[in-house]
Design a protein around this ligand. Structure first.
Ligand code: NAP
Ligand code: G4F
Length: 380
């Protein structure tokens, strides 16, 4: 029998890749999307099926994690075999500005799903995946971080996710539900939201080499993250729900890299060597070499603006966080041993995928600009 899955957060980065994966495995996929005044389905438009076709495999429902009745009705209608709860206000810095909403959506939202499954009598049928996060480790108590490392959350986002983590464990223990946490370390892709650090860097680097932007403004570039590719990570989510026993898993690469190094590698991929000088707010990144052959190979027609000594990176303290998570590095021992999961992408492959995608995106804009279609406006 083909399985039915419900994905909350289907319009997000992971929702899009997970939908693709489950559809390729023959699932019927139901997705929860928020109502918005503009279309918000860019990442999943290629999966769209006309609701008038017979037996559609990809079906969207309007919903919100802050609305219990809406969630309960959708779960009742869909009767899912698996729920992937990916919906969240997922930006750490924004959570300091919207702490109450973040607690409601990311914390209580998870309770609403668990309780709906319980009240609808689906505890034996429906398996639940909760999108937990390495942000739970915050001020890290152990290096690397494993399933046994104590949590020390450092943002309203992480505190809300901590509630979600423990309520998932509690429903599993109290009601015998299959409800598992995937404690995922940072994972990125060309579909990553534009204000997360990796995508902000790949977008800006692509625009700078094309002459569409002068400078990239960053916050704390000393922090370290364990970055993987979202395509690999959604496979781990799927595997977590295929286990006989419900339990929690760290999903990570086991390699950590400073933000500064991610910046350096991205520019290097695009043919620009950056040198960093100065400290803290006064640190800058300047062009110290230009690989003209590489620039030409990438199809960048006009690289004359890329002059040695030009400053293309500055620090803007407005991007500093009230409390920072300095070092994340996961221990992937359990996911390797029990799920047989290993990342297929290295960091260099991830950067290549993201930087190439953004370069192609902005090359199209450059073409439009040349043809006199005016400046396209991008909000950073
Ligand atoms: P994302 O791109 O920001 O997507 C978040 C999704 O949640 C979007 O579809 C968003 O809808 C939806 N959403 C937000 N608030 C909602 C609400 N109140 N009700 C219903 N839907 C809502 O995040 P992601 O990177 O795919 O991450 C997926 C999940 O994994 C999140 O829970 C995140 O916290 C967690 N996580 C992510 C990472 C990572 O590195 N990516 C690591 C660990 C855990 P709109 O499109 O309408 O905004
Ligand atoms: O890309 P980030 O915003 O990701 P962060 O805070 O690690 O959170 C992401 O990963 C979590 C998993 O660990 C998820 F749970 C969460 O939903 C989200 O997907 O920032 C990464 C680092 C931080 O240390 C930040 O201070 O980059 C630093 N940074 C430096 N300058 C910046 C910037 N981050 C952003 N977003 N923008 C900057 O200009």
């Amino acid at each position: 029998m083909a399985k039915t899955a419900l994905i909350t957060g289907v319009t997000g980065q992971d929702g899009a890749y997970l939908s693709e994966l489950l559809l390729s495995k023959g699932y019927t996929v139901h997705g929860l999307k928020r109502r918005s005044s503009l279309f918000n389905t860019d990442r999943i438009d290629h999966l769209y099926e006309d609701p008038h076709v017979n037996d559609p495999k990809f079906i969207l429902h309007y919903g919100d994690l802050t609305d219990s009745m809406n969630l309960t009705r959708i779960i009742q209608e869909v009767q899912p075999d698996e729920i992937y709860n990916l919906a969240a206000m997922s930006h750490v810095q924004v959570s300091f500005e919207m702490p109450e909403y973040t607690a409601n959506a990311d914390g209580i939202g998870t309770l609403r799903i668990l309780e709906a499954v319980r009240l609808l009598g689906l505890t034996k049928k429906t398996k639940i995946y909760q999108a937990s996060t390495s942000e739970l480790y915050g001020l890290v108590q152990q290096v690397p971080q494993s399933e046994k490392t104590p949590f020390y959350p450092r943002s309203p986002y992480a505190v809300a996710k901590m509630y979600a983590y423990w309520i998932t464990v509690n429903y599993r223990e109290a009601y015998g539900m299959f409800a598992s946490n995937g404690i995922l370390f940072n994972h990125e892709s060309p579909l990553r939201g534009e204000t997360f650090v990796t995508r902000k860097i790949t977008r800006a680097a692509a625009k700078i080499v094309l002459g569409l932007q002068d400078c990239l403004y960053m916050g704390n570039i000393d922090s370290q993250r364990d970055w993987g590719h979202a395509k690999d990570y959604v496979e781990a989510m799927y595997l977590i729900l295929q286990q006989e026993v419900s339990e929690d898993f760290v999903i990570a690469t086991g390699v950590t890299t400073r933000v500064r190094e991610f910046i350096r590698k991205t520019f290097a991929f695009l043919g620009i060597e950056l040198t960093f000088t100065g400290v803290e707010e006064n640190e800058v990144g300047t062009i110290s070499a230009v690989d003209t052959a590489r620039i030409a190979e990438l199809g960048i027609a006009n690289g004359e603006h890329l002059k040695l000594g030009t400053t293309v990176l500055k620090i803007d303290p407005r991007y500093y966080r009230p409390t920072e998570v300095d070092l994340l590095i996961g221990n992937p021992g359990k996911c390797d041993e029990k799920l047989g999961w290993k990342p297929k992408h290295t960091l260099d492959m991830l950067i290549e995928d993201m930087a190439t995608s953004d370069l192609r995106l902005f090359q199209k804009d450059q073409l439009l600009l040349k043809e006199g279609f005016g400046v396209l406006n991008y909000f950073e």
